[in-house]
Design a protein around this ligand. Structure first.
Ligand code: XMP
Length: 317
């Protein structure tokens, strides 16, 4: 019978044997999979593992600092890289969703490779690939911003001549979470909603500017905190906000406003392949709408996405 404790024991032993005294580099995303994989590898080989966590400027509000802090508390040897401007530069003027994804993927590989080259004699690339990623080896929407195997099972870029080590590639998500809990990883990481590699870039329809990112971060923060404060976060598989490329007329005092519209999205799912929109309570939605419109400058209208997948997708791009 499968138990997380036996899985941990055998995996740590296997990793020790496989890696020996070699060095491993691994990209962390703040998500469950990469965090659990890194913790297992760290158990096996300690500081022979170097982790890289890239701030692509497309993460949630305060996420980079908070997650980096959690990683340090977990004893991982993590290099935090502020690459915001490199990503914003590469994204400037791009509006096509695939073009945005490609630009983000390319810059991520460049930034990661720069860091990997600084580690002398590194032989292995750690990855948080889980079993469903192996089966479904290509994302419907194209390459991710993180070096995640389901977008790379066919092989890594040539210049990264590293062998791959993927300790979670036989597990499903719920098993990964179980292993994570047995490893005593904090619940803020284990219970975290999935978040796409390209981050907020695919939730800002149209071109990306730093100002739009800031606006969406504020909206998203109010919504996610709201879900947490109302005990709804754990009942939702994934949630977020989308900044729409349109403005709508509103009124404030005696003034006519002409400002942005945001959509809120919350879905239930098992694996992201299909999803249902969640019937969040009207009172909660009303409260979120008021808070967002009152607190976020430049937004005067909030709508709720009531589409399921299929035929809609979870993300809007
Ligand atoms: P869709 O929008 O295709 O999303 O229904 C299904 C799940 O995949 C995530 N997603 C991505 N993850 N890179 C990622 O790492 C991507 O390019 C990407 N596109 C979508 C999405 O957030 C949802 O969990």
């Amino acid at each position: 019978d499968w138990t997380s404790d036996t899985f941990i024991d055998t995996t740590v032993a296997d990793l020790k044997k496989k890696i020996g005294s070699d060095k491993v580099v691994m990209g962390l995303s703040g998500g469950v999979d990469s965090s659990v994989a890194a913790t297992l590898i760290h158990r096996a080989i300690g500081d022979q593992l170097t982790c890289v966590f890239v701030d692509n400027g497309l993460l949630r509000k305060n996420e980079f600092e908070e997650v980096l802090d959690s990683y340090k508390h977990m004893g991982l040897n993590v290099i935090g890289v502020d690459a915001k401007l490199r990503f914003y530069d590469a994204l400037a003027g791009l509006t096509d969703p695939e073009a945005k994804r490609k630009a983000i993927g390319r810059v991520f590989i460049e930034v990661f490779d720069d860091e990997a080259h600084k580690i002398e004699g590194v032989k292995w690339l750690g990855q948080g690939t889980i079993y469903p990623d192996v089966i479904e080896s290509v994302s419907v929407k194209g390459p991710s911003a993180t070096i995640k195997s389901h977008h790379n099972v066919g092989g890594l870029p040539d210049f990264m001549k590293l062998s791959v080590v993927e300790p979670l590639n036989t597990l499903f998500k719920d098993e990964v979470r179980e292993v994570g809990r047995a490893l005593e990883i904090v619940e803020t990481i284990i219970g975290r909603h999935p978040f796409p590699g390209p981050g907020l870039a695919i939730r800002i329809l149209g071109d990306i500017t730093e100002e739009k990112v800031k606006t969406l971060q504020e909206v998203d923060h109010i919504f996610i905190q709201g879900l947490k404060n109302h005990g709804l976060y754990d009942q939702v598989w994934q949630a977020g906000a989308i900044l729409l490329p349109i403005q709508s007329v509103g009124v404030m005092g005696d003034e006519r406003t002409y400002e942005r519209v945001v959509a809120l999205r919350a879905v239930g799912s098992v694996d992201g392949m299909t999803a249902d929109w969640i019937h969040l309570p009207y009172e909660f939605l009303g409260k979120m709408s008021n808070e967002i419109i009152n607190r976020v400058k430049g937004v005067n209208r909030v709508v709720y996405d009531i589409s399921s997948k299929p035929p809609a997708t979870i993300e809007w791009e």
